[in-house]
Design a protein around this ligand. Structure first.
Ligand SMILES: Nc1ncnc2c1ncn2[C@@H]1O[C@H](COP(=O)(O)OP(=O)(O)O)[C@@H](O)[C@H]1O
Ligand SMILES: Nc1ccn([C@H]2C[C@H](O)[C@@H](COP(=O)(O)OP(=O)(O)O)O2)c(=O)n1
Length: 245
């Protein structure tokens, strides 16, 4: 944090939170990182926690419907989020799993375990712990509705399933994974359905969220729209004034 930003930060009693929720491939992670970088805020990739737990369950032979077993695993989950030249590096039980957790298989398992109330409750405290000064940008499915209902700015980012599948397909190829567009589209639709239909903390825009459809918008255009909303948010004004000066 730069020295001249310190008075701005000191004025904040509770670290401000910006939430970015939405379905797979809507661009939440990308926008959350870009925005956090601009503001100097921390980032919570809450989906990564569900993915890490899903991978840990696979490695320890805990089935995705074993709620009690998953709760215990979540309570003792040994994970670190480290910074690797501006990129998050995810360590599970001492092993770098940054790439391993990004497969559609782990994403689908994460979505299944995320429907279990005990799992969500067990991960809640870990998510709250990311709320530190100067502030937090949190991305996921229930950041604005359940985890940070008092967030000062809530964005719900969406796009058509086809556009999201295409983005994910390109992203997986870029990362060197094998990918099949039709299979990804099917996975995305199944995940959307599971994430919106579950009884606890279903994916939906918070009543006070700004809904942004990025089907026809590039990353820069989405970022500018989010920044425009952030500039109008009173508790964030001091940060933007500082950046503009
Ligand atoms: N508005 C957009 N237009 C085109 N591609 C995008 C857009 N937003 C994100 N992407 C790309 O789509 C892929 C998925 O984005 P990501 O931020 O990981 O989505 P999410 O976190 O919602 O699953 C990434 O490769 C990203 O660069
Ligand atoms: N806050 C969250 C974040 C993720 N989840 C669940 C539901 C999602 O399908 C999986 C994986 O989430 P993740 O954000 O990593 O997935 P995408 O990057 O959007 O494909 O975890 C959740 O239930 N609540």
């Amino acid at each position: 944090m730069s020295a001249d930003l310190e008075p701005v930060v000191r004025e904040q009693q509770i670290p401000p939170v910006i939430t970015i929720d939405g379905p797979s491939g809507s661009g939440k992670g990308t926008i959350a990182h870009r925005l956090a970088l601009k503001l100097g805020f921390h980032v919570l990739d809450s989906g990564a926690l569900y993915r890490l737990l899903a991978l840990a369950a696979q490695q320890h032979g805990v089935q995705t419907d074993n709620e009690k077993g998953l709760e215990v695993l979540a309570a003792y989950l040994d994970v670190q989020f480290e910074d690797n030249n501006g990129e998050a590096m995810l360590i599970l039980e001492g092993e770098d799993v940054t790439q391993t957790i990004r497969t559609e298989e782990v994403g689908a398992a994460a979505s299944r375990i995320a429907a279990l109330p005990g799992v969500r409750a067990a991960l809640l405290q870990r998510q709250h712990a990311f709320r530190e000064l100067p502030g937090l940008v949190a991305d996921g499915r229930d950041m604005g509705t359940v985890v940070f209902p008092d967030a000062c700015l809530k964005i719900f980012l969406t796009a058509s399933a086809e556009a999201r599948a295409e983005r994910r397909y390109k992203q997986l190829l870029q990362k060197g994974f094998d990918a099949n567009l039709a299979a990804i589209l099917e996975d995305i639709r199944a995940r959307d359905l599971r994430d919106t239909q579950r009884a606890v903390a279903p994916m939906k825009p918070a009543a006070d969220a700004i809904v942004l459809d990025s089907t026809a918008l590039g990353i820069e255009a989405v970022l500018q729209a989010v920044i425009a909303s952030a500039c109008k948010t009173p508790s964030l004004r001091a940060f933007w004034d500082h950046l503009g000066s």
